[in-house]
Design a protein around this ligand. Sequence first.
Ligand code: SAM
Length: 244
Amino acid sequence: KLSQRLQYIMEQIPAGSRLADIGSDHGLLPVAAVRSGRVPQAVAGEVNDGPLRAAQKQVAEAGLADRIMVRKGDGLAVIKAHEVDVITIAGMGGALIASILDQGKDKLASVKQLVLQPNVGEDILRRWLIEHQWVLTGEHIMEEDGKIYEILTAIPASESPFKQDELYRPWELPGSSLVLTRDWLMQLGPLLVKKPNKVFFRKWKLEIRKLQDVMAQVSRSEQESAQHKQEQLRKQIEQLEEVL
Ligand code: SAM
């Protein structure tokens, strides 16, 4: 059975899409997507031999070798231009996901949707998206087995009814004097922050605690910047919780 995380990612794929899942590991996502009839075919990309073999095995055992192409290669190198409509990249750091997209830019022309699940460094990914004319259409935060995950979906700016910049316009919290700057929106997530759930608050309270730990460990000058950041974060989260 698919984890809730992978299930949610799968549900963001528009029915009938041609899918590439990059860094597929066991190939669980493409197998579930094809088996359920959501997508007719898929590419599973893997750069490492162990996961590649695991994906091949999974696909063979599911009897889907004619519809899921397991390919070895770095990032988007495994797909041809115009071969897929949707790309999923999950379970890696945001910086790695951004670099995979950046190095594969020539493959993105036909892609209508990205579904991305960075484990960390979500702000780096949001920055890459806005700088490369991708508009966030969805942000979801969820917890499973004690881990917190963010799932971002994006479409090309040319297909979007609104401009990405609107999402990151500094946002004055209703009923408060606090203004969330563009930088903070990049960190917190412009869509998440406007509709925060319990998991969102749990994540950022944990982050505040981590910053407190950092302060306990680092030198005095570093401490000042960590303290400043923690103070800002605490204010924002407290006020968010109060007014929303
Ligand atoms: N996507 C699956 C998921 O979310 O459950 C697997 C996540 S697993 C933690 C990350 C996978 O990405 C590993 O199997 C790793 O080999 C693969 N990977 C890392 N860098 C990659 C790259 N540049 N291109 C393709 N795959 C990569």
